[in-house]
Design a protein around this ligand. Sequence first.
Ligand SMILES: O=C(O)C(=O)C[C@]1(C(=O)O)C=C[C@@H](O)C=C1
Length: 349
Amino acid sequence: MEKIQALRQQVDEVNEHILQSLNARAALIKQIRELKDKVSSDYFDPEREEEMLRNIIEKNEGPLSGKMIGDIFNHIFKVNLEFMGISHEKLPLVSDINKVKFCTIKEMFNLEKEGPYIIAGPCAIESLEYAEKIAQLLKGNNIKFIRGGAYKPRTSPYDFQGLGKEGVKILSHVGKKHNLITVSEVVDGSEVESVAKHIDMIQIGARNMQNFELLKRAGASGKPILLKRGMSATIKEFIFAAEYIALQGNKKIILCERGIRTFENKTRNTLDISSIPIIKKETQLPIIVDISHSLGRKDIIQPIAKAALAVGADGLMVEVHPKPELALSDSRQQLDPEEFQELLGALEA
Ligand SMILES: O=C(O)C(=O)C[C@]1(C(=O)O)C=C[C@@H](O)C=C1
C-alpha cells in the first residue's frame, strides 16, 4: 500500500501541473477570443483544431494511444469553446446573428404596431361568403393576418381536402379587399409558385416539417414562411428544418409551436410551452403558438393563449369560423365570432 500512496502523491503533483496548464491555456484562448471579436472572425476554427491534433499526436510517445490523446484534446477544445460561450457544433444560420440577421414579424410585413400578433381564420376556406364574414370580423378588430387552408392534409383521404386553387383565390380576394395579410398552407412543391403569386405567407404544416424538398422550394420563393413544428419533432429537428429554409437565403421565417404528440389525450396535442423560450434563446426566429390545433378544444383556450404570450410568444394562431358546427374540418376547435371576441377581450384585459 505504501507504494500506491507514493505513486498517488506523484499523480496529485501531475494533476496540479495539468490544472495549471489547462487554466493557462484558457487564459490564452480568452485573449484570442477578444482579438477575434475585434475582427468579427469565426470563433470555431476546425482547421486550427485539426492542425493542433496532428502536432500533438505526432509528438505522442504513449502509453496513451493517439486516439485517446485525440479524444482528450477534442474535449479540451470543446470545453474552451463552451468557456467562451460558444457551442462546439457549427451554429445554424438561424441561431447565429453574427452571420445573418433574420426579420422580425414587424419587419417582414412593414407593420406599424409591435407584436404579439394574431393570425386568425377558418381551418379551411369553404366559401367566399364565409371568408368574407371572417375577413370583416378580423378587420373590425384590427387583426392584420387571416389564415385559411386551401390544400388540406387530412388524416383520412375521405375527409374534406380543401378547395385547392379556388380556395387560394378566395383567400387572396378577401385579403386584398380588407387589407389583410394572407396565410395558407402548401403541401406539395408543385403548388409553391402558384400559391406564392396570390398569398402573402406560405405555411408549411406539421406533417411536412421534414419534407426537405418542400422546405427548400418554399424557402426559395422568397416569401415569408410559417413553419409548424412536427407533431413528433424535437426542438433541434424543428430548428434545423427552419435552417433548410434559411439556406435558401430566406430571412423571413416564423416558427409555430402547435403541440406535440404524447400519451396525454385530454387535448388534441400536448402544447410544449417550454419550446417558446428555448427557441427564442437558441434562435433569432419569431415563434407563435397555434392554440387551436394544440388544444383541439375551445373551453381552455383563454388561459392557454395568455400562457403562450406570457412565455414570450410573438403571436397566436387561432381558428375562427362563422358557424363552426357546420365546418367541414376541425369543427370542435374553431371559435365562432362571439367566442373570438371574448378571447380578444380576455387578452386585452
Ligand atoms: O486558435 C484559435 O483560433 C482559437 O480560437 C483557439 C482554439 C483552441 O482551443 O485552441 C479554440 C477554438 C477553435 O475552434 C480553435 C482553436
